[in-house]
Design a protein around this ligand. Structure first.
Ligand code: NAD
Length: 419
C-alpha cells in the first residue's frame, strides 16, 4: 500500500527532526494541529432542493504569523490530505520567509457537477461557516485545486458582508479588479522557472534543456510555457486526459493559451500540436533533463522511481514524491528540488497581495516578479548552503525541512507559551 500523503508528510518531518535532534516536546508541538474545523452545511440547488456538503479547515501552526493556505474543491478531499497540506504550508512559508503559518481547507465536492450559481451558493455558505476562524489577521484562504479567483471574490464578499465593510485582505488569489495582485496567477509556475534558473546557473542555465511536465493547469501549464519561453525544449506534457510527446518540442505557450480559453489539451493537439500520444506513465519516466510533476500528490513511488530517467526533479505539485521514491532518488543521485521550495512562488505572491491589500497599493507585474525572484533565489541559496549540490548524505528536501522547522521553533521559543 503506498503511503498516504499525511504519512509522507509525517515521515519527512520525523526524518528531518531526527537529523537536527529536535526535542520531544517540539516534535509533539510540530505534529499537532492547532485547529481542525469540520462543518456539514446545506446548499440550495438550482431545482430548489438542497444538498448537504462536508467542509474542512485546518490550521497547522501559527507561531510565525496568521494561518495561510488554499481551499480545495474535490471529491477526494479527506481530513488526512487537508492536514498534510496544512503542514506543508507551515514549512513552505518558513522556508521562503513569508510571515505566515500553515493552513488548508476543502469541501468534498466535484465542482464540475455544480452550476455556477450552485458553486456560488456553496462557496458563500461555506465561507459563512468559516467566518469565526478566518480573517486578514487570522487565516487567509487562497485558491487551490477546483477553486479560482471567482471563488475567492465570493469568499471575500461573503466575509466582508458579515463584517459590514470591504476586507480585501481576507483572501488572496482574487481577481485584479478586487485587489488581486499582478503576477499572482502565474506565480507558482514562475517560481519553478526561477528556482530552476538558480539551480542551473553554474551549468549553462535552462536554455537547451529537455523538460517533461505532468499536469497542465495553473502550475504545470504556466511552468511549461515559461520554461519554453526561457529556451527549454518541452518534449512531454500531460494532463488527466492525454499525454503528449514531441522530440522537437511542444508549443506549450500555444497549448496554454488554448486550454486557458476553455479548450482541452487533446483538442489543441488535434488541431495544432500534432504531438504523438503516449502512455501517461511515460510523462514521469521520459528521457529528459528535467521532470516537473505538477499535477497531484504521490505520483512518484517505489513502483516507478527506478524508471525515472531525468537527473533533476522540480516538484510543482504538493507531495508528488513518496518517502520510498525519495530514498531511491537519493541513492540514484537524482536531485529533487522539493515542493516547499519549488512551488512556493504562489504563496510568496499571495503574501505580496496581502501586503498590497492592507496598504491599498498596487505593484506592477515587474515589481512583483522582481521581488519573487529575490525571495526564491535567497531561499534556494539558504537550502543549498545547508546541503550543497552534489553533496552526499543529505537532500534538498531534508535541508529545506531543517530550515523550516528551525524557524518555527525559533518563533515559538521567542514567543513563549501563553498563559
Ligand atoms: P489545476 O487544477 O489548475 O491543474 C491540475 C492539472 O493536473 C490538470 O491539468 C489536470 O488534468 C492534471 N492532473 C490531475 N491529476 C492528474 C493525473 N493523475 N495525471 C496527470 N495529470 C493530472 O491545479 P494546480 O493549481 O495547477 O495544482 C496542481 C498541484 O500544484 C496541486 O498539487 C496543488 O496543490 C499544487 N500547488 C498549486 C499552487 C497554485 O498556486 N495553484 C501552488 C502550490 C502548489
Amino acid at each position: 500500500m503506498p503511503a498516504t500523503i499525511l504519512e509522507s508528510a509525517l515521515s519527512q518531518f520525523h526524518s528531518a527532526a531526527d537529523q537536527i535532534n529536535l526535542s520531544d516536546q517540539n516534535r509533539d508541538y510540530l505534529t499537532a494541529f492547532k485547529t481542525t474545523f469540520h462543518t456539514e452545511f446545506p446548499v440550495e440547488m438550482d431545482d430548489g432542493s438542497f444538498r448537504v456538503f462536508h467542509g474542512i479547515r485546518v490550521h497547522h501552526n501559527i507561531a510565525r504569523g496568521p494561518a495561510k493556505g488554499g481551499i480545495r474543491y474535490d471529491a477526494a478531499v479527506t481530513i488526512e490530505e487537508v492536514k498534510a497540506l496544512a503542514m506543508f504550508m507551515t514549512w513552505k512559508c518558513a522556508v521562503v520567509g513569508v510571515p505566515f503559518g500553515g493552513a488548508k481547507g476543502g469541501v468534498i465536492v466535484n465542482p464540475r457537477e455544480l452550476s455556477t450559481s450552485e458553486l456560488q451558493n456553496l462557496t458563500r455558505r461555506f465561507t459563512s461557516e468559516l467566518v469565526p476562524i478566518i480573517g486578514p489577521d487570522q487565516d487567509i484562504p487562497a485558491p487551490d485545486m477546483g477553486t479560482n479567483p471567482q471563488v475567492m471574490a465570493w469568499m471575500m464578499d461573503t466575509y466582508s458582508m458579515a463584517r459590514g465593510y470591504t476586507i480585501p485582505g481576507v483572501v488572496t488569489g482574487k481577481p485584479i479588479a478586487l485587489g488581486g495582485s499582478e503576477g499572482r496567477f502565474e506565480a507558482t509556475g514562475r517560481g519553478i522557472l526561477y528556482v530552476l534558473q538558480e539551480h542551473l546557473a553554474a551549468e549553462g542555465g535552462v536554455s537547451g534543456r529537455t523538460v517533461s511536465v505532468q499536469g497542465f493547469g495553473n502550475v504545470g501549464g504556466v511552468a511549461a510555457k515559461l520554461l519554453q519561453q526561457a529556451g527549454a525544449t518541452v518534449t512531454h506534457v500531460g494532463d488527466k486526459d492525454i499525454s503528449l510527446h514531441r522530440p522537437g518540442g511542444i508549443d506549450a505557450t500555444s497549448a496554454f493559451v488554448y486550454t486557458q480559453a476553455g479548450g482541452s489539451l487533446r483538442d489543441w493537439n488535434r488541431e495544432f500540436g500534432h504531438a504523438e500520444e503516449v502512455a501517461p506513465a511515460e510523462i514521469l519516466t521520459a528521457d529528459v533533463d528535467v521532470l516537473v510533476p505538477a499535477a497531484t500528490e504521490s505520483v512518484l513511488t517505489e513502483e516507478n522511481a527506478e524508471d525515472v530517467r531525468a537527473r533533476l526533479i522540480v516538484e510543482g505539485a504538493n507531495g508528488p514524491t513518496t518517502p520510498e521514491a525519495d530514498a531511491i532518488f537519493q541513492r540514484r543521485g537524482i536531485t529533487v528540488i522539493p515542493d516547499i521550495l519549488a512551488n512556493a512562488g504562489g504563496v510568496t505572491v499571495s503574501y505580496f497581495e496581502w501586503v498590497q491589500g492592507r496598504q491599498f497599493l498596487q505593484w506592477s507585474e515587474d515589481e512583483v516578479n522582481a521581488h519573487l525572484r529575490r525571495i526564491i533565489a535567497k531561499a534556494y541559496r539558504e537550502v543549498t548552503s545547508r546541503c550543497p549540490i552534489g553533496g552526499e548524505g543529505c537532500t534538498q528536501r531534508q535541508a529545506a525541512n531543517w530550515i523550516a522547522i528551525e524557524r518555527v521553533v525559533e518563533a515559538l521559543t521567542l514567543r513563549g507559551i501563553f498563559p
